[in-house]
Design a protein around this ligand. Structure first.
Ligand code: OSB
Ligand code: MG
Length: 381
């Protein structure tokens, strides 16, 4: 492929209710979208999962814009023939910035698969045509918890509940959910690094509730602490924040810090790296699931395709568009009456933004200059 247009677009969508984690309360979803066009006239879309602020990852939207404009986009514009795989290889020359790399790789993959008339799911090696839906429940006033979980479980048929926890909101919400909905509900918790190893005894109180896992209880860089904590809990520990590439996943597993890995394509540098982590975890018999970053329909539909790979044996953060948004920018992700989401089978990601919805969400569009020598015929495929 040869690129003739690249555009960075900042969008913001109001959330239906604030989403609170131990780190941060989001009222608006802010995202950076990458749109590119190839000389054949095919358009590809990517979504960057970086947040406005550096509470989850050091990489913010502003950082990603700078990295994409200054380094990554020039790299792919210079390539005689660009592919997602070739771009991933080229990106290893730049340190860090997995979320910026993932966004551009996703747009390239979308365009290239549209040209090849292949779906992302098929390309990645998906084996399922539908995936189970799971929902992440923010920290909220206790009076709202049971009604919220009831709606997700009973009305919307989610097949797994993840409760965000923090010191002061952990054993009690888990007990309430178990007492109300029983022991069979697939339930897990996510601390987003809010605990210390000294909290081990307190966290061990969660062991009696038969949770699928506790996600990221301790600080992101504390592999040693997670390994120690794992020896004091029966609840399996899953890591999220510190896993930014395949090598990180292998190290966390080898050091006994992670019994389960949350694979977020944006956090690990893209769908190709996500597939590689899925592969090494399958080899090591370590269960994995697809994590979410409150993506718009673009990222979410692509995550559904990834989750259809065979070793994604645990339910992911794959919820309906309406879980977070009144109006998504793509055709909405929907959860069916059995609690499943259909895997897209159209070329590329399989969806594109609705122009009116996209327009409503757009804050800023930045058209990147494509050098004249790149557009000239002399720079052939
Ligand atoms: O830690 O998993 C997390 C959202 C933003 C930042 C971090 C996390 C989350 C979620 C996923 O919990 C929510 C979702 O996308 O469904
Ligand atoms: Mg998490």
């Amino acid at each position: 492929m040869r690129l003739t247009e690249v555009e960075l677009r900042r969008v913001r969508l109001p959330l239906v209710t604030p989403f609170r984690t131990s780190r941060y309360t989001e009222d608006w979803k802010h995202a950076l979208l990458v749109r590119l066009r190839t000389e054949e006239g095919v358009v590809g879309w990517g979504e960057c999962v970086a947040m406005e602020v550096d509470v989850y990852s050091p990489e913010t939207i502003d950082d990603a814009v700078k990295m994409l404009r200054g380094t990554l986009i020039p790299m792919v514009l210079e390539m005689e023939s660009v592919t997602a795989e070739g771009a991933k290889e080229a990106f290893t020359r730049a340190e860090g910035h997995p979320m910026a790399k993932a966004a551009l790789e996703m747009a390239l993959l979308d365009a290239q698969l549209r040209l090849d008339h292949r779906s992302l799911a098929e390309y990645l090696g998906a084996k399922r045509t539908r995936v189970e839906a799971g929902v992440s429940v923010g920290i909220m006033p206790e009076k709202d918890l049971i009604d919220t979980v009831r709606r997700y479980l009973v009305e919307e048929r989610y097949r797994r509940i993840k409760l965000k926890i923090e010191p002061g909101w952990d054993v009690e919400p888990v007990r309430l959910v178990r007492d109300t909905f029983g022991s069979r509900v697939p339930l897990q918790v996510d601390g987003n690094g809010a605990y210390k190893l000294d909290d081990a005894q307190h966290l061990a109180e969660l062991d009696r509730y038969d949770l699928l896992m506790i996600e990221q209880p301790l600080a992101a860089d504390d592999l040693d602490g997670h390994a120690k904590l794992a020896r004091e809990l029966t609840t399996p520990i899953c890591l999220d924040e510190p896993i930014t590439c395949t090598a990180d996943a292998i190290e966390a597993i080898d050091r006994g810090a992670a019994a389960i890995i949350n694979i977020k394509p944006g956090r690990v540098g893209g769908y190709l790296e996500a597939r590689e982590i899925h592969r090494v975890c399958a080899e090591r018999d370590v269960p994995v699931w697809v994590g979410g970053m409150v993506e718009t329909g673009l990222g979410r539909w692509a995550n559904v395709a990834l989750a259809a790979l065979p070793h994604f044996t645990l339910v992911g953060d794959l919820s309906a568009s309406e879980r977070f948004f009144t109006r998504d920018i793509t055709p909405p992700v929907v959860v069916d009456r059995d609690g499943y989401i259909q895997v897209p089978d159209k070329p590329g990601i399989g969806v594109e933004p609705d122009p009116a919805a996209l327009d409503e969400a757009t804050e800023d569009v930045d058209q990147i200059d494509v050098p004249a020598r790149v557009l000239a015929t002399g720079h052939s495929r």
